[in-house]
Design a protein around this ligand. Structure first.
Ligand code: NCD
Length: 331
C-alpha cells in the first residue's frame, strides 16, 4: 500500500475550525467514513428513504436540475459509477462521465491529477473520483474548490460503499446494535471492509474477521478496534462464524493489489458460500457483497431470501442521491 505523494497547493483542513457537527454536508468533500457520526448517518439514511419514495412514486425529482457531476474513474467500476450517474440523473442533474477508460482522456498524455481536477471543476459542481492510490481523493480535494467524493482510493477507503452497506444492514435487519457481523475474504486490500469496519465501530456490534493470514485486516485498524474495547476475533474458516453471524459480508480477493501472483493463486479460491453452508446459518442472517463476485458466492445462493447483494446495489443509488443532494446544498 503506497501513500499518494503529490505536491499540495494548499491544505483546506489546515487552520479550519474543528469538525463541528452539521446536519447539512453542504460543500463538504466525502473522503472517509471518519466524517460520519451516528447523527449524520441517521440524517443520510432518512434522506435515502425519501429518495426511495421519490423514485418509486415518480422515477425522480428536479432537485439537482442545472447541476453537473463529473465521474472521474482511474480504476474499473460498474456499480459505483453507474449508481452515481443514475443518482444524478434521477435528481434532474447531468453528468460528465470519464469512466470508460481514462486512457482516452489527457491522463494518457501525462496530465497530473491536480491539473485534471482543476480542469474538470471548471465545468462541474461536484467530482466523484476513483483512483488506485491511497490518499488520492484527499489530494484532489485539496486542489478542488468544489466537493470531491471518494469512490475508492486504492486499498484505502470507499466511504459511499460503506454508507450503503450500513444502510442495507439497517434495512434488512431493522437494527445495527447487538448484531454479529462477519467479514470474509480480502480484509487487507478490501477498501469496502476498511470503511465499513470503521463505521461499525460506532455501534455495539461484535466483529468476526475470516481471511487467510496474508489477507488479515490491517493491524492499525485491528488495534483501533481493540483499543475501543470492541469484541473482535479473527479466524480462517467461514464455518467458525456461519451459525452465529447475523451478517456475512463476503468480499473478492483483490487480484489487482497483489505484487506476487503466486500468492494470489494460493488464496484465490479459499472461500465459497454455498447452499449447504447456508443451511447452517440463522434463518434471518443476511449475505452481503460489495460486488463484483468472482466465485465467493455460488450462484445458487441467489435465490435464498437471505441473499441481499442485489438489494444492496439498489440501496447504493438511494444513498448516493442523498449524498449528492446534501453536498450540493439541496438537503
Ligand atoms: C468494490 C470496490 O471497488 O472496492 N466494488 C464496488 O465499489 N462495489 C469491491 C471490489 O472491487 O471488490
Amino acid at each position: 500500500m503506497t501513500e499518494m505523494a503529490l505536491p499540495k497547493l494548499f491544505d483546506r483542513a489546515a487552520g479550519a475550525e474543528p469538525h463541528a457537527y452539521r446536519t447539512s454536508l453542504c460543500g463538504e468533500d466525502i473522503l472517509s467514513v471518519d466524517q460520519f457520526d451516528r447523527e449524520k448517518l441517521w440524517y443520510i439514511f432518512s434522506r435515502a428513504h425519501e429518495m426511495r419514495e421519490v423514485v418509486e412514486d415518480s422515477g425522480g425529482a428536479d432537485l439537482l436540475k442545472g447541476r453537473v457531476l463529473t465521474c472521474l474513474f482511474y480504476e474499473p467500476s460498474t456499480r459505483t459509477s453507474a449508481s452515481f450517474i443514475a443518482a444524478m440523473e434521477r435528481l434532474g442533474g447531468s453528468v460528465i462521465p470519464i469512466t470508460q477508460g481514462v486512457q482516452f482522456s489527457s491522463v494518457s498524455k501525462g496530465e497530473s491529477l491536480p491539473d485534471t481536477i482543476r480542469t474538470l471543476e471548471q465545468y462541474s459542481d461536484v467530482i466523484v473520483l476513483r483512483h488506485p492510490e491511497i490518499g488520492a481523493a484527499k489530494v484532489a480535494a485539496d486542489y478542488a474548490s468544489i466537493p470531491v467524493i471518494n469512490a475508492g482510493d486504492g486499498a484505502g477507503e470507499h466511504p459511499t460503499q460503506a454508507l450503503l452497506d450500513l444502510f442495507t444492514i439497517q434495512e434488512e435487519l431493522k437494527a445495527i446494535d447487538g448484531l454479529q457481523i462477519a467479514m470474509v475474504g480480502d480484509l487487507r486490500f478490501g477498501r469496502t471492509v476498511h470503511s465499513l469496519t470503521k463505521l461499525l465501530s460506532q455501534y455495539k456490534v461484535t466483529l468476526r474477521f475470516i481471511s487467510p493470514d496474508i489477507l488479515r485486516l490491517p493491524l492499525s485498524l485491528m488495534n483501533q478496534l481493540r483499543d475501543q474495547g470492541m469484541d473482535v476475533r479473527e479466524g480462517h474458516e467461514v464455518g467458525e462464524v456461519i451459525e452465529t453471524a447475523d451478517v456475512l459480508y463476503v468480499t473478492r480477493i483483490q487480484k489487482e493489489r497483489f505484487t506476487d501472483m503466486a500468492q494470489y493463486e494460493e488464496v484465490k479460491d479459499l472461500y465459497e458460500i454455498t447452499p449447504e453452508l447456508m443451511k447452517r446459518a440463522k434463518p434471518k442472517m443476511v449475505v452481503m457483497h460489495p460486488l463484483p463476485r468472482v466465485g465467493e458466492i455460488h450462484y445458487s445462493v441467489d435465490a435464498d431470501p437471505r441473499a441481499a447483494y442485489f438489494r444492496q446495489v439498489k440501496n447504493g443509488m438511494y444513498i448516493r442521491m442523498a449524498l449528492l443532494a446534501a453536498v450540493l446544498g439541496r438537503a
